[in-house]
Ligand binder design. Structure first.
Ligand SMILES: [Zn+2]
Length: 480
């Protein structure tokens, strides 16, 4: 308890003294007084006792020492050191003397980008990767296919990317595509920053672009979802996954699975014949069949499928390594948020939380003045993100299955990089701290966090990152 209080007091003094503030705050930090002039590179030592992705950082008047057990830990130590440094003219950089012992609470600390509804391109994707790595995010969920566009060029299916239209300020533009070389360039950039890129290719809903290219993969009569009764369509899905696995080294591959309108299957002769053959009574079982098949296909080559939480609807038994991504909140907010999401963890499958109650950064952020347009009427303020509890609603014995969380940046109403960055920052600072320091309560002090976030906002703006205001916010306190 004493240590916790001292750490909190240090954090406050740290900010008050005008010394660079840290986001996320380290787990343990002890200020020893004085400062170090950084005249030579840090001494670096491998120490097997340091946890994965963790580090120990010692700053003394004599110099800096970093201890780590893996490359990510060394990277994060350098990120922290950079946040501590102050440039002081000809003297070089100075750094407050301190001892830090640090490691993350969650292994999935993610940022999602919908590159389909607005095509941002590899330059913007790399820029966002560079920004999020500075706040110790390690997962980038790249939404690459949907009804509006199909962005990855898949060998054998050349028409896909010709349907890949995006839009700019409401006007259809494109088609857009990523070549294999574009993707390799992005992957190399991410790997240097210890960010894993998880590609998402959606089946069987959000599938309209593939159906414009290959109408034979739809149910006869023009359904908007994949015809699961058509073996060629199922083979297409497997071909796509094979190629995605060839390009992306990520163990986890996202297969979508959300918001699939199942009524088309009930009217399709091929799907009905398949239901009869397989002894299915509900069209929803077709999606379960496909999810099982694609998950097993990935598992056979050492990969693992992740899908939106709907893939677990109906209590289906999926391969044990299949993961869920929970976008529907546990508290039943909204018609579809029936708490099914947290059933994934409760069923013993690993899960990433991104409930739209706290993690949808395309929703308004509650600023008094805001030049940008948002999706829907819900508001998710900086303070709301900081209050996010990824384990809320999860049974105590199922909590170990929650591997982390991410923010989702859908782009129905996002039209350019400045718009995207404004919605991401500073809210991603709050999420970064929650995911790194959970559940330490002293770091839930929003006023102290806001003071550190203000310092980071200045730095982001100085680096030409369009960060929204911290202070210029409608207070939510009255409502709490
Ligand atoms: Zn069909």
């Amino acid at each position: 308890m004493l240590a916790v209080c001292m750490a909190a007091a240090f954090a406050a003094a740290h900010v008050a003294a005008g010394v660079p503030a840290l986001v996320p705050m380290p787990r343990e930090i002890d200020a020893t007084g004085g400062e170090c002039v950084l005249t030579r590179p840090p001494a670096i030592e491998v120490d097997g006792s340091v946890p994965a992705e963790g580090y120990r950082l010692s700053v003394t008047p004599d110099g800096v020492t970093i201890r780590h057990s893996d490359a990510a830990g060394l990277f994060y130590a350098k990120v922290t050191l950079r946040q501590l440094e102050t440039r002081r003219g000809s003297e070089g950089a100075v750094c407050p003397c301190c001892e830090i012992s640090d490691s993350p609470a969650f292994r999935w600390r993610g940022v999602h980008l919908d590159d389909v509804r607005h095509f941002f391109g590899k330059g913007t994707v790399k820029r966002i990767l560079g920004e999020i790595a500075q706040y110790k995010f390690n997962m980038f969920h790249w939404h690459l296919t949907d009804s509006q566009a199909w962005l990855i060029d898949i060998p054998g299916y050349p028409e896909l990317v010709n349907q890949g239209r995006g839009r700019e300020f409401g006007e259809a533009v494109g088609p857009f595509r990523y070549t294999a070389n574009d993707i390799r360039e992005v992957l190399a950039y991410a790997a240097e920053r210890h960010v894993t890129v998880v590609p998402e290719v959606e089946f069987p809903g959000h599938f309209g672009a593939a159906l414009r290219a290959y109408p034979e993969f739809a149910c006869p009569g023009g359904g908007k979802v994949m015809c699961i009764g058509n073996p060629d369509a199922v083979k297409f899905a497997e071909d796509v996954l094979d190629y995605v696995c060839e390009l992306f080294p990520s163990e986890v591959i996202h297969i979508g699975g959300d918001e699939c309108k199942r009524e088309y299957w009930a009217k399709c002769p091929r799907c009905r014949a398949m239901m009869e053959r397989e002894g299915m009574t509900d069209p929803g079982e077709l999606q379960q069949w496909l999810t099982k098949r694609l998950s097993a296909h990935l598992a056979a080559t050492g990969r693992r499928a992740i899908g939106w939480d709907e893939i677990f609807d109906g209590g289906v038994s999926l391969p044990s390594n299949t993961m869920g991504m929970c976008w529907r909140p546990a508290d039943g907010v909204g018609a579809e948020g029936a708490g099914a999401a947290h059933g994934v963890a409760n069923a013993g499958r690993e899960v990433v939380m991104c409930p739209y109650s706290h993690c949808y950064f395309d929703y308004s952020q509650g600023l008094d003045e805001d030049p940008f347009d948002y999706f829907g009427r819900r508001s998710i303020s900086l303070e709301k993100v900081y209050s996010f509890d990824p384990l809320s609603g999860v049974a105590p014995d199922a909590r170990k299955f929650v591997v982390g969380a991410q923010c989702n940046n859908w782009s129905e109403r996002t039209f350019a990089l400045p718009d995207l960055e404004w919605k991401l920052w500073p809210r991603a600072l709050a999420l970064a701290e929650v995911l790194w320091t959970y559940p330490d309560p002293h770091r839930r002090d929003f006023a102290r966090f806001a003071s550190r976030a203000e310092e980071h906002r200045r730095r982001l703006l100085r680096d030409h990152v369009n960060c929204a205001g911290i202070a210029n916010r409608k207070t939510e306190r009255a409502a709490q």
